[in-house]
Design a protein around this ligand. Structure first.
Ligand code: URP
Ligand code: ZN
Ligand code: ZN
Length: 463
């Protein structure tokens, strides 16, 4: 069935114009000033978008939908996570396939596929984590890249869990360079985190607020610089995930200036929440424990400027939902055991628009670029995703720039018992969201099809 979006203002990363957009067989086949609906095949769905923006479907390049982590599991499934994504205007997300330390990559790949296949309402793909390096891991990693996984993930944190040592880092980036794969990296020095956490614990500093002090900005700055040095040695392409502070950004900028092929992601949480949230009274602070931690407010202006000027390419969520009721309390007497993560998949786009565009910090094009187009370009999805043009998938977001709503856990679809943005008032709303030409959300209601989401195969593009 066809889909005609009439009279909206199409906004991409580089263009803005009023036009009708027509999609047939899941892709955009016509963009024109005035497409006559009566000339289209019977059954074509017509959506009036006058007075609205028409954005390309948003892409979250960093989510954890299925995640065995710190002795528990992130709460969403591909069904709840994809519905939440769509309701918030995100039509593609990139999850992480993370083999356990002694698990083979192909076994992990199968596990993730079992979770995702037939369960997602929107398209998705994975970054493949390299959590150890030996001949067998290398062979299987090559095989998984051949199956369409065009990006790696490494953790320079989480010692003894997912973290890799310098030899493994060296070999992973060497392989990535050979295969033309970009490597995304969690940059915190794992030894410093482990030692500083132990010291705090031994001093009786066990409450959630001490999490911050176990990994201050210099720990992230070191991790970032560490990655850049190894990337430079191999001329490998790297992407710093969830960058949170000025010190780390300065190291990434310096590396970029000397020619390292590096990209930077920040999170909506770091742009809007600061460390005072993670210092709230009692155990409430645990809702805001993630790594890297929420930072001093002064960093927010630096991050907004980084997004505005493109030093920071993408704004993601690192969506990692753990219940406040019975998962965060695993670290009641030891901050080191609080499952790390702050959910935001459903709210990222609204918050970025409201706090970014509506408050004059970002223009519309950088908003689309940082929340959609850059992720598609960096991760081998462009122009199928991330823009509105002939031949692109008809993932469209018809956006009401004036509608105001209030964020509340009670209304969310993310499967988690709190919202980090409870009570925040936002301007701008994804009134209609389409996934490959079919309406999947309308006026805040999910009307899509679970299982219609596809795994997106991606070719390596980082040679
Ligand atoms: O605290 C975080 N970021 N949790 C999810 C895992 C990760 O490090 O990305
Ligand atoms: Zn991380
Ligand atoms: Zn993450």
């Amino acid at each position: 069935m066809g889909l005609l979006v009439k009279g909206g203002e199409v906004v991409t990363a580089s263009a803005r114009y009023t036009a009708d957009v027509y999609a047939e067989n899941e892709t955009i086949t016509r963009i024109d000033k005035n497409i006559d609906a009566s000339q289209l095949p019977p059954g074509t769905e017509v959506i009036d978008a006058s007075g609205k923006y028409v954005f390309p479907g948003f892409i979250d390049p960093h989510t954890h939908i299925y995640l065995p982590f710190m002795g528990t599991y992130a709460k969403d499934s591909y069904t709840s996570g994809s519905k939440a994504a769509i309701l918030g205007g995100t039509t593609t997300f990139i999850d992480f396939c993370i083999p356990g330390k002694s698990e083979q990559p192909l076994a992990a790949f199968e596990t993730w596929n079992k979770q995702s296949e037939g369960s997602s309402a929107c398209d998705y793909t994975y970054h493949l984590a390299v959590t150890r390096y030996d001949e067998e891991v290398e062979a299987q990693t090559r095989e998984i890249v051949g199956k369409g996984v065009g990006s790696f993930k490494i953790f320079l944190a989480y010692k003894g869990a997912f973290g890799i040592d310098d030899g493994e880092l060296y070999n992973t980036l060497k392989l990535a360079k050979q295969l033309g794969v970009i490597t995304t990296a969690h940059c915190e020095n794992e030894t410093l985190v482990t030692e500083m956490s132990q010291r705090l614990f031994d001093e009786g500093k066990v409450e959630p607020e001490w999490h911050y002090h176990s990994r201050p900005p210099l720990v992230e700055a070191e991790g970032t610089n560490h990655l850049m040095t190894f990337a430079e040695v191999h001329d490998a392409h790297v992407y710093v995930v969830h960058l949170s502070c000025e010190e780390a950004l300065a190291n990434a900028r310096r590396a970029k200036h000397r020619g390292v092929n590096a990209w930077v992601e920040t999170l909506i949480q770091f742009l809007l929440l600061d460390m005072t949230y993670a210092e709230r009274d009692g155990f409430e602070a645990a809702k805001f424990v993630m790594s890297p931690p929420l930072r001093d407010k002064r960093n927010q202006d630096v991050l907004w400027a980084g997004v505005k000027h493109g030093l920071i390419s993408t704004v993601a969520t690192d969506h990692a939902p753990f219940d406040y009721g019975d998962q965060k309390p695993m670290g009641k007497d030891d901050f080191r055991k609080i499952p790390n993560g702050i959910p935001a998949l459903e709210e990222r786009v609204k918050l970025l628009y409201s706090e970014g565009v509506a408050k004059g910090r970002l223009d519309l094009h950088r908003f689309v670029d940082s929340a959609s187009t850059q992720a598609a370009k960096i991760f081998g999805l462009f122009p199928r995703k991330g823009t509105i043009q002939l031949g692109a998938d008809a993932d469209l977001v018809i956006w009401d720039p004036k509608r105001q709503t209030t964020i509340s856990q009670k209304q969310q679809t993310m499967n988690v018992d709190y919202s980090a943005f409870e009570g925040w008032k936002v301007t701008g709303y994804p009134e209609v969201v389409t996934v490959r030409g079919a309406v999947a959300a309308r006026d805040g209601k999910f009307v899509g099809t679970v299982g219609r989401g596809r795994f997106l195969q991606r070719e390596p593009t980082h040679f």
